[in-house]
Design a protein around this ligand. Sequence first.
Ligand code: NAD
Ligand code: IPM
Ligand code: MN
Length: 357
Amino acid sequence: MEKRIVCLAGDGIGPEVMESAKRVLQLVGRLYGHKFHLQDERFGGAAIDECGQPLPARTLAACLASDAVLLGAVGGPRWDEAPERPEKGLLALRKSLGLYANVRPVEVDKAVAHLSPLKSEVASEVQFVVVRELTGGIYFSFPKERTAEQATDTLTYTRREIERIVEYAFQLAKTRRKKVTSIDKANVLESSKLWREIAKEVAVRYPDVELEHILVDAAAMEMIRNPGRFDVIVTENLFGDILSDEASVLAGSLGMLPSASHSENGLSLYEPIHGSAPDIAGKNKANPIAMIRSVAMMLEQSFELRKEAKAIEEAIAAVLKVGRFTGDLGGKETTSSFTDYVLRAMEEQVLVGRGKA
Ligand code: NAD
Ligand code: IPM
Ligand code: MN
């Protein structure tokens, strides 16, 4: 298989974890006979520094012409007061590529269940996915205004936007434990009232999938108290952002969770859910698992390379199993040494496989 992948390393730990992703992809190519053309493009604060804007036209054009996009992270204190922040480029990219469905799987690896602040028997039951609406809601609605005395953000959702993300969640639930939890604030927000009504309408088309509704405040509590009850969570943009960072604690660290963002036209982007982690940037300390898992999601979901994706997941599990962790999980490994072990585990799997054949 031959694919063109645009790599947007971005800022902070972005370039460090992107390096791990590229090394993994190059090895997958070598071990399984694929050609991945990796094309670096400027994005985020790095692009602001070079050409004054976070999403240069060239970068957007390259993404649109690619088979898939990989993204590290953007942002950092250097650009906090800039006229255009790096985060604006990320939002513009998501909107321009039509990436409405952000899928954030939350699973707790057996080897790290004891590192979760939850009891390990509760943590090891965690197996859900957050389906976050990514191109609407308060992030994108107008008017957005600020004066010295007043600031306004607007939260609008259309029927079409709600319907397509809820449909996405039901389709996904059909392939899993057949339960959708729709999270809203329907006791207060008009947009949530419409969201809940449409979720009920969509559910009628999926009689074999159970639908429950939970208010977002209670859901935040349930995610810690009884996370095993969730299978597919579907929620609006801002709630999904907050709840998925909360969910990462179940898995032991924000550095563990990958994501996929899908559009209607087949192009997808893959990125860790974490940010640029300015506090540890440039120190070779970042946990590369979220980024490497994003590569596995890309191989499976964009290219249908299931065997290759599984090999990556198994290699990560094998390294964790022997107690090799980065600092966020209480270990001594660096970004690069952890990646070295993952690469070695992947090579060993193939050698063992050949030995058996
Ligand atoms: P953050 O996710 O960057 O970091 C939060 C905490 O988690 C920090 O202590 C950090 O060290 C730790 N952490 C995050 N990823 C880690 C990893 N892979 N390994 C080990 N530890 C990790 O969130 P923040 O500090 O609130 O934001 C920093 C910047 O990142 C901001 O500019 C923010 O807007 C941006 N951001 C970008 C994205 C993105 O690019 N998708 C996502 C979230 C935040
Ligand atoms: C994320 C981030 C972004 C978001 C920011 C950086 C715009 O927090 O990808 O989760 O809020 O979507
Ligand atoms: Mn976030």
